[in-house]
Design a protein around this ligand. Structure first.
Ligand code: ISE
Length: 337
């Protein structure tokens, strides 16, 4: 059986998901590529061999010949489109964030609760990255004892002029928030945020310290203007040892009395396998009719947005902020992985 998918949004991530579905995952049939800009939709559809293009996302969601929807349109459209999918009972993989604000996330959660089933998976692909999965397995196997601290570094080559420090927290850091919740298995209860003075142009890095409900500390550096490449690092420190992410690169280059590894310019090469495994797990979940246990739920999407909101306030006010979460509906009880 194949899963007939429509991809909504033909920008950087929409194009990447369309390619993964069409080229890497034979179980998927890429039926429609939808974008407000028809030329962009055409270009992606042509490269990926999609059946049709459209520019009306709601009409695409309602189509009888589409089984599942992948949302990769602009962030402010995510909640509205996820709600449209829930209304017609269609499974959806929604790129992060689930929504830029917590009230919108809670609306999606309320709709799923009302429908009585989980239809939304949020695209926090690091949950499928082999190095994060291995880090979590080491912790669960008890090899390093109880986790005390998790250190995270998230560096981008460069950021556009309009990128702000608040966006470092609301756009980039949610990956780290979700990775910490996924690996540690607990909830974040407070967040503080700091910035050094940067003399050059571009947004200065943001350093965050988070506390979990099990009194563990999480440090996160988001440096969107690191200037040398896309670089994600992480180390989990336990009571008896530590485990670091060690994502391998295919080659070392030796020249000029030096030996070097290259960094990618953005996140797609670093997390290519994570995206592939995520999309594959989602298709399997669609086929089986059961939500994917590893993937992020709408609740996880809400938590990441809630932490980001508290983090942006912490940075602006210079105060440690409490992450005040709504009550978790029973629908989101942890599934066996
Ligand atoms: C971007 O929005 C992403 O989603 C990437 O995965 C992340 O690594 C990057 O820093 C963000 O700005």
């Amino acid at each position: 059986m194949s899963v007939r998918v429509a991809v909504i949004g033909a920008g950087v991530m929409g194009a990447d998901h369309a390619r993964i579905l069409a080229v890497d995952l034979p179980v998927a049939e890429l039926r429609v590529v939808c974008d407000a800009d028809p030329a962009r939709a055409e270009a992606v559809a042509e490269v990926c061999g999609a059946g049709e293009v459209d520019s009306d996302p709601e009409a695409v969601i309602a189509r009888n010949d589409v089984d599942a929807i992948l949302i990769a349109s602009s962030d402010p459209t995510h909640a509205r489109l996820a709600l449209a999918c829930i209304a017609v009972g269609k499974p959806v993989l929604c790129e992060k964030p689930l929504a830029p604000t917590t009230p919108e996330c809670l609306e999606v959660i309320a709709a799923e609760v009302q429908a009585g089933r989980r239809l939304v998976q949020v695209g926090f692909m690091r949950r499928f990255d082999p190095s994060y999965s291995a880090m979590k397995s080491v912790l669960q196997a008890g090899e390093i004892g109880r986790a005390l601290m998790m250190h995270n570094f998230h560096r981008n080559l460069e950021a556009p002029e309009w990128f702000t420090a608040s966006m470092a927290i609301t756009n980039s850091a949610p990956h780290e928030f979700d990775a910490a919740r996924f690996v540690l298995g607990g909830e974040i209860v407070t967040i503080s945020a700091f910035q050094p003075r940067r003399e050059g142009s571009g947004v200065p890095p943001v350093l965050m310290v988070l506390e979990t409900d099990d009194s563990q500390l999480v440090s996160i550096e988001v440096n969107n203007t690191a200037g040398y490449g896309y670089d994600v690092r992480g180390e989990l420190v336990g009571e008896r040892g530590s485990v670091s992410l060690n994502a391998s690169v295919p080659v070392r280059v030796n020249y000029d009395l030096m030996s070097a590894e290259r960094y990618p310019a953005d996140w797609r090469p670093r997390f290519a396998e994570a995206y592939r495994l995520q999309d594959m797990a989602w298709l399997r979940a669609v086929e089986s009719g059961k939500p994917c246990a590893v993937g992020a739920s709408a609740w996880d999407g809400y938590c990441a947005t809630a932490i980001a909101e508290a983090g942006a306030t912490a940075l602006a006010s210079g105060k440690k902020m409490v992450v005040d979460l709504a009550e978790k509906p029973a629908l989101y009880a942890r599934l066996a992985e």
